[in-house]
Design a protein. Structure first.
Ligand code: GDG
Length: 496
């Protein structure tokens, strides 16, 4: 375990003296390769920055895999030295679960990312059951459970994150029934008709039901979970109301907590003079084209990037007057590059960009500007702010934070968001231009509507969306979940 000095002091009223233990597959930092050496960087996302102070102020702990070190041939033991060398201060202790190469291959790339991910995102055709992967998933979930049992006490709040660790709550409950367990699902929970494809569907449900509270992004995901539990575990599950069910003799709270972003910090970055300079530079670099469209995603088939390219092509077919006037910037961050479906997707997107640019380019103008890499948040905010519209058209997405970040970065109240109905964000961002991502012509018409809308209309929509995101920021997500976690465990104490 790596012990470090606290760097932030902030009390969490919700936890009232209890320690918060976060359990996630990913570590709350990134390993950056630089020539011959490795550098550690704190992960910059809203989730980590929201959780950090609370874990810290509660004297809590973060339990995660040691995967990044495995991939870079660095040993688990080297972390401490690297952290010291790079002057990284972790505001709380990290406990890393040691995984073998085989674990990572079958549990992470295999079961989590080639079985659960496609199925939960409604791609059953990409799904194939492999017994070996399920066995390894079970084994790794046991390793995480063991680490929790070794490190937690019955006073702690233990919050397990995401689809990599769905069996952990029940494994922990079996080993130590009096621990307080919360679980959050960051991906969609599918409808019964899709979920039941999974051969190990009952084990997965029982795994999650080991928790006192289970959170989802939208009320629909919570409802589908309840329906699956009721239909697949008759005799074990009884739904009490829209937010609670009995699993055997224990009550479990099941509810939607829509995750969000650190609105204030993105809004603040967008107001910096440096950001406006970067925006001006970006815009001038695409001159004489005066309009910018934007897509930012991990390169994942669920995000609809290939479909987006086809929509752009159709747009320039239907509206030739926008040729040479509009550039679409696509930032695609490399993701799960060892998985064949992702290599194939990269190939398809590369091909589509080449084909569309080859077909429409003229006089030094190319319709698509494609960047296959990640950027620091400050640069992303400049891209967001420079864009006249963002096209966020996932075929399925648990929430989609890019849509929220795009709005938060528009402190000028300009811009237009075109958003897929198949995202969790669509539940909240009703003033966006909502589209069915499978219906290419309607996406094209939404692009046209967004570009043709009056400044006043766009402003009204943007102001409302920004208000919604500001009021429902990452802190609210965290506090709402922890407050209900408190209620759920009180209920268990009272009925013990
Ligand atoms: C999963 C669920 C759910 C992207 N490029 C860069 C960069 N990003 C950041 C964005 C945003 C995040 O990554 C992407 O979040 P999304 O929500 O859009 O998508 P997933 O990665 O698939 O996240 C999703 C989420 O979990 C939370 O529960 O919303 O549905 O699939 O924050 O800004 N960040 C930096 N450089 C980049 O180039 N720094």
């Amino acid at each position: 375990m790596i012990e470090v000095e606290p760097v932030i002091q902030q009390e969490s009223s919700v936890l009232s003296g209890h320690r918060l233990i976060i359990v996630s597959n990913r570590e709350p930092f990134q390993v950056v390769r630089e020539e011959d050496s490795l550098r550690l960087e704190r992960s910059a996302g809203g989730l980590i920055s929201a959780l950090d102070p609370v874990v810290q102020s509660s004297n809590g702990l973060w339990i995660c895999w040691d995967g990044a070190f495995q991939e870079d041939d660095y040993s688990f033991e080297d972390l401490s030295r690297l952290a010291e060398l790079n002057n990284i201060e972790f505001p709380y202790p990290l406990q890393m679960v040691k995984l073998s190469e085989e674990d990572i291959e079958h549990y992470y790339y295999g079961f989590a990312n080639q079985q659960i991910w496609p199925l939960f995102h409604y791609f059953p055709s990409r799904y194939a059951f492999q017994e070996k992967e399920w066995a390894q998933y079970t084994e790794v979930n046991q390793k995480f459970a063991q680490s929790i049992v070794e490190n937690a006490t019955p006073e702690d709040f233990i919050w397990i994150q995401d689809y990599h660790l769905m069996l952990v709550p029940s494994f922990v409950r079996e080993k130590q029934p009096d621990l307080n367990l919360g679980f959050f699902c960051h991906v969609p929970f599918p409808h019964y008709e899709v979920f039941r494809v999974l051969p190990t569907r009952r084990e997965i449900l029982r795994g999650m039901l080991g928790a006192d509270i289970i959170g989802f992004h939208t009320p629909d995901y919570a409802k589908y979970f309840m329906e699956c539990a009721e239909m697949l575990l008759p005799g074990e599950v009884k739904v009490l109301d829209g937010e609670t069910l009995m699993f055997r003799s224990r009550q479990v709270r099941v509810k939607a907590y829509p995750i969000s972003i650190d609105y204030d910090s993105i809004d603040a970055i967008s107001r910096r003079p440096e950001t406006d300079e970067a925006v001006a530079q970006l815009r001038s670099s695409f001159q004489p084209a005066e309009l910018i469209g934007l897509g930012i995603d991990r390169l994942d088939y669920s995000k609809g990037i290939f479909d987006r390219m086809e929509c752009i092509s159709l747009f320039f077919d239907r509206y030739p007057e926008y040729r040479k006037r509009l550039v679409f910037i696509q930032i695609a961050v490399p993701s799960r590059t060892k998985v064949e479906d992702y290599q194939q997707l990269k190939h398809e997107v590369d091909e589509a960009v080449g084909r569309i640019n080859g077909r429409f380019s003229e006089d030094g103008w190319a319709p698509i500007h494609y960047l296959y890499r990640g950027f620091p948040m400050e640069e992303l905010v400049a891209y967001y702010k420079a864009a006249d519209f963002a096209l966020v058209n996932p075929l399925r997405d648990g929430m989609n934070l890019v849509a929220k970040e795009y709005c938060a970065a528009h402190s000028d109240d300009n811009g237009a968001l075109i958003l897929s109905e198949m995202t969790g964000s669509a539940y909240q961002l009703k003033e966006s231009f909502l589209v069915n991502p499978y219906d290419y012509p309607s996406v094209v018409e939404a692009m046209h509507a967004a570009l043709s809308a009056s400044n006043e209309e766009k402003r009204e929509r943007m102001i409302q969306m920004r208000k919604t995101i500001q009021e429902n920021n990452i802190e609210k997500w965290l506090n709402d979940f922890l407050a209900d976690f408190n209620v759920a465990i009180q209920h268990r104490y009272d009925n013990a």
